[in-house]
Structures are given as C-alpha cells and as structure tokens.
Design a protein around this ligand. Structure first.
Ligand SMILES: [Zn+2]
Length: 319
C-alpha cells in the first residue's frame, strides 16, 4: 500500500515538475532562516564534504551566478571582516607594528594601488569614516592636527623625503596646482613675496645685481618700461630736481666745503663713519640753502636713509 502511494506521488511530481519547483521555491524563500540554520547544522555535524561538493557542482554549472553571489556575500561580510581585522591588529599590536615597519614600502604601495583602483569607493569610505569620527569627538580634527604636527616635527627627514617623492611622482600635476593656487591667491602671493623681500633685502639686492649684470639689455628695457608706465612719478621726480636746481639760494665753493668736512673730522656728522657725500642739513625741498652752513659730510648709509628729511626729525648729530 505504502509502496503504491509513494510510486503515485513520484509520478505526480514528475508530471507536475513546474508546480513542484515553484512550491519549493516559495517555501524556501519563506523559510530562509530555517534553511540556513539547517545547513549550518549539517555542515558542522559532518556533512561538510557533501555540502562543499554540492556547492562546487553548482558553482561549476553557474559560473556567472556564483561570481555574483560571492561578490554579494563578500560585500555583506566586509564590515565584519574589517572589525575582525582591527581586533586582530589590536591584539597583536607589537607583531603588527614590526611587520609594518619591515614591509612599509610594500604595504604602502599595495594600499596606494588599491586606493587608485577603487578611488571613488575609497574616498567615500574615508568621508564616512571622518564623519563618524567627527560625530564621536568634535575635537578630533584639532587633536589630529596637533598629533600630526608633533609627528612631522619629529620626522622632518621623512616628511621631506615623502614630499619630494610625491612631488616627483606628480610633477606636472603639482605644478599646475601651484600655478592655479597662485592665480587664485594673487594678493596673498604678492604680500608673501613682499614680506620675504623685506626680510632678505641683501639677498634680493645681490640677486638683482647679478641678474642685471647678466642681462644688461633686459634690465635697461625693464627700466624704460617702468618709466613709460609711471609718467606721473617721473614728472614728480623731474620737477623736484628742477626745483632743487632753481630754488636753492646761496653759494659754497670748494675750499668752504673742504673746511666744513674738516670741521667734522672728515667723518659722517650723524654716525661718525667715513664720509661719502655732502648732505644738505635742511633739505633744499624744505627751503634749505646752498650756503656752507647748510652742508655736512655724511656716510652713504646716513645720506640715503635721511633722504629729504630734516635732520632734527631723523637722527641726532654726534659732533
Ligand atoms: Zn653716517
């Protein structure tokens, strides 16, 4: 009797294959947890080989599907894997550190290559990680900056080397980036340049002199271009000179001038250094005359730093 019924059921299933499959599928989807638990149990209790062989057969028969499913399951497990890895690293800190120190270049190269290969995903992951970090600890950024500053101060040589290799690797890009930055921050560049110049006047004087000696034609052109571009300034300088010539009253001959210089011991009247020029005590532009009493010897530095100021507002006499 039983035999007959089993035979009947078998025959019915063979005849209604589609129906059976659909019903199985429906049951499977409704009982996912149960199946997974059953499989796990079977796997643990000795059916490992059988299950592995079956899944291998299925993988061989459905290569595309298998690949897709593996990718999905890996993505699902990614966070779990990462946590496990982190835990392992925490537990084996010393080993991990030593391993990293011994294989730094290799590990860094591999990581760099991986980041390049998955650029968008890496950026997104980093962004999320940062957001999480900042949410956990609002001062994280500040702390990290401080940590990085201390580390950089301690590892100057390595920072220098890293910057150099990184620059060399991306020379063209770096150059373009710098150019773009300078263009966007013109005012700041100008100010920085000016401050640097003011801080190192000798360096720039030297450099300028050298360049002018090597490029006399271009130096001349530059001067002419500046003159052409600043007509008002030129006009003012010229009129000042003219005023100087025409307005100055008084007269001083050579002997009188020599006597004035001797009166100051042949030294700069302001600092006592060797004299180089004869200075108008009260500038001609301020109403000074060319009478001998208005002349004093001065060194080059005092003469040029005084310019057209009244000496009383500038520097006391030392004689
Ligand atoms: Zn002087």
């Amino acid at each position: 009797m039983t035999e007959k019924r089993l035979e009947y059921a078998r025959r019915w299933r063979a005849a209604n294959r589609e129906k059976v499959l659909a019903s199985t599928r429906k049951w499977n989807t409704a009982n996912k947890e149960k199946i997974s638990a059953q499989r796990k149990h079977a796997y643990r209790t000795g059916e490992r080989e059988k299950i592995l062989a079956r899944s291998k057969r299925w993988q061989a028969a459905n290569p595309e599907k298998a690949k897709e499913s593996a990718r999905k399951s890996q993505a699902k497990r990614r966070d779990k894997i990462r946590i496990e890895q982190r835990k392992w690293r925490e537990k084996n800190k010393d080993y991990f550190r030593a391993h990293y120190a011994a294989n730094r270049d290799k590990i860094n190269a591999r990581q760099r290559e991986r980041r390049l290969r998955h650029k968008d995903a890496a950026n997104e992951y980093q962004r999320q990680w940062r957001a999480r970090r900042n949410a956990q600890d609002p001062n994280y950024k500040q702390k990290q900056k401080e940590t990085s500053r201390v580390w950089k101060a301690k590892n100057k040589e390595r920072v220098r080397k890293y910057k150099l290799t990184s620059y060399r690797r991306n020379r063209q890009k770096e150059r373009e980036r710098a150019q773009k930055w300078r263009k966007a921050n013109k005012q700041r560049v100008l100010e920085t340049d000016r401050a640097y110049r003011a801080k190192n006047p000798d360096l720039f004087a030297r450099r300028g002199k050298k360049w002018r000696a090597e490029n006399p034609e271009r130096a001349r052109e530059n001067v002419l271009r500046w003159v052409a571009a600043h007509p008002a300034r030129i006009q003012a300088i010229r009129s000042r000179h003219r005023k100087y010539k025409n307005d100055a009253r008084g007269y001083c001959d050579e002997d009188q001038l020599k006597a004035r210089i001797a009166f100051y011991n042949n030294r700069c009247a302001y600092c006592g250094g060797p004299w180089k020029a004869v200075d108008h005590v009260i500038p001609v532009s301020k109403g000074g005359t060319n009478w001998p009493a208005n002349f004093r010897p001065a060194c080059a530095a005092c003469n040029s730093s005084k310019k057209n100021r009244d000496w009383r507002k500038w520097k006391p006499l030392i004689f």
